[in-house]
Design a protein around this ligand. Sequence first.
Ligand code: NAD
Ligand code: GLY
Length: 351
Amino acid sequence: MKTVTVKASKQYDVLIAKGLLQQAGERIAAVHKCCSCMLVSDETVWALYGERVKNSLENSGFTVHTFIIKPGEASKSTDNLILLWETLAEKQITRSDLLVALGGGVVGDLTGFAAATFLRGIDYVQIPTTLLAMVDSSVGGKTAVDLAHGKNLAGAFYQPHLVLCDTDTLQTLPDSIFADGMAEVIKYGFINRPALLQMLKNTNPPIEDIIALCVEDKKEIVEADERDNGCRQLLNLGHTLAHGIELNSDYTVSHGSAVAIGMVLITKAAVKAGLCRRDTLDILLALLKKYNLPTDTEFTCEQLCEAALEDKKRKGGFITLVIPVETGKSELQKRRIDELPNFIGGAWEEV
Ligand code: NAD
Ligand code: GLY
């Protein structure tokens, strides 16, 4: 088993191994006293793994209530948040109780935000079941729901108590959802891990190793800048445009696919502006193709820039962009928002 310990406003372990679901009860009992817990999942994940986790929790002495949402981004909603709060109140969950998120990033973000806000904060555990959630969303304490105006517009920084990544669960992931996670893995490589890119290009490394490398990376970044005022913004590589793609597609383009396309667009724009070498773009395109990820979009520069300016990454008249400057190295650049269409427009020109 691989263990990564995150030391942020709260210290917690991220455990990565096969077979952790059936050990969930004992693993959680080792870090949290026995209590009532609300196990949150979506219908698909619940059907596959719900009983296994519920039984494990009950065998370790936890009283388990359940809250099951429909799968998909539309469930990361204020409606579900309110319903979850009301269910927690109805089941008389107290501050010494626990929320457990069993699922992908949608379940994790919603549960984390409910935990951050119910009774002004109760503990929660993340049990991510998608690759994306294992390498990114379950670690670092960003929690949120979406608003009609955009993704993640209401949320909180609130660290989990424990993260259990059972890599057996990846066996049931549809290929396209596994590929979404690989987009975030490739993102880590282009931010600051040329060695990870080399590994992905040349070999088929064990998935536990890939997850551990990404979590190590995220740990370092979160410990340095938990509240996203500095280097944590590097994790948004490709995301400013990705959120526009998701919004414009009415969330029919998944987060991972949108991040893949967003990384291509920002890298093309950087190449066009003379900030990045062409071979970095070629390496990115080759890796995304190798892992079956999309590289272009039907949306226009105007559509994506408009969405980017509504994004929470905008601060007054400025927006911070993550610009790849070479293979395995990206930088933050603050730009005036009136410069954005011209700069991003480079991605729609020949590079
Ligand atoms: P998701 O939670 O919607 O899961 C994708 C699909 O996979 C769902 O249909 C789900 O039912 C299914 N699924 C999950 N696990 C499965 C399994 N083991 N076997 C079979 N099917 C399974 O999507 P996601 O890609 O995990 O997460 C995307 C969300 O994460 C977005 O809302 C995004 O904004 C958020 N996110 C948050 C952070 C953060 O730091 N908090 C970081 C990145 C992404
Ligand atoms: N996924 C971006 C972050 O955690 O900051």
